[in-house]
Design a protein around this ligand. Structure first.
Ligand SMILES: [Zn+2]
Ligand SMILES: [Zn+2]
Length: 254
């Protein structure tokens, strides 16, 4: 399994684009979230955007969803022959309605782009088979009403992506022992809000989850002025990666 962090930023302009994380496992190419800039970041990095088989939304905030429309047009007009391979869009309950709302603004091609599109809504606790031994499971997180974290597994490889979340030991317990915990790390202590994580909170969650590696994403620029790794090391002694757009790693499938 290979993870590439495409978009490690937020709505705040910086060298990091909005949320987007690519998982390649066997025949599955899964894009988790697609905020603004993710489509073009894939082009810049030479990522396999044409080959994406599954798209999974963690929640409906614009920094995680706005490039859906961009990708639908890219898949239709961005290559010859135009895409014919099916696409499955996964997401929390309400995902079908979100796509209807995009279609109401930008036209029916968003939901009917000339190749088969299937929408599969996952309630918290639900698991879906993506093919070739890859599964995805959703877990409720406190951020918006619909927000979920995802666990993506193939063989022994397990990647957990928190999506956007507030401090929550339940999701950390659910993630326990995963190979990679891909966690949001939005804001420094001085800007802390009840819906996102600070480095200290991530540290406590990582202490509970005990992942093989902790990979951080979803940075508002001020948090990057903190010594994030030092703060987290007070609670978690494993490897900490401050990811950037284009960072990638292999997760062994034993
Ligand atoms: Zn959000
Ligand atoms: Zn976000």
């Amino acid at each position: 399994m290979r993870l590439t962090t495409l978009g490690t930023g937020t709505a705040s302009p910086s060298t990091r684009v909005n949320a987007g994380h690519l998982v390649e496992a066997g025949a599955v190419t899964l894009l988790m979230d697609c905020g603004s800039g993710v489509a073009h970041r894939m082009g810049e990095l030479g990522a396999n955007w044409l080959g994406i088989t599954h798209l999974a939304f963690t929640h409906f905030h614009p920094d995680h969803t706005l490039d859906l429309t961009t990708l639908m047009f890219a898949w239709r007009y961005g290559a010859l022959p135009p895409r014919s391979a099916p696409l499955t869009i996964l997401g929390p309950v309400g995902t079908a309605q979100l796509i209807e709302q995009f279609a109401a603004i930008y036209g029916d091609k968003v939901k009917d782009p000339g190749f088969p599109v299937t929408v599969r809504e996952l309630a918290p606790g639900e698991r879906a088979e993506l093919g070739d031994g890859v599964t995805i499971e959703a877990h409720k997180v406190p951020h918006t009403a619909e927000s979920v974290a995802y666990s993506v597994e193939r063989g022994s490889a397990r990647l957990v992506f928190t999506g956007d979340t507030a401090f929550d030991t339940a999701v950390a317990e659910w993630a326990r022992g995963c190979d990679v915990l891909l966690a949001e790390c939005s804001l420094p202590e001085q800007l802390a809000v009840p819906t996102h994580l600070t480095p200290a909170q991530v540290g406590v969650m990582a202490e509970v989850a005990e992942p093989g590696r902790l990979v951080l994403t979803h940075f508002y620029p001020p948090v990057l002025d903190e010594d994030i790794a030092e703060i987290i090391a007070l609670r978690y002694s494993g490897e900490v990666v401050i990811a950037f757009d284009g960072w990638s790693t292999d997760i062994e499938e034993r």
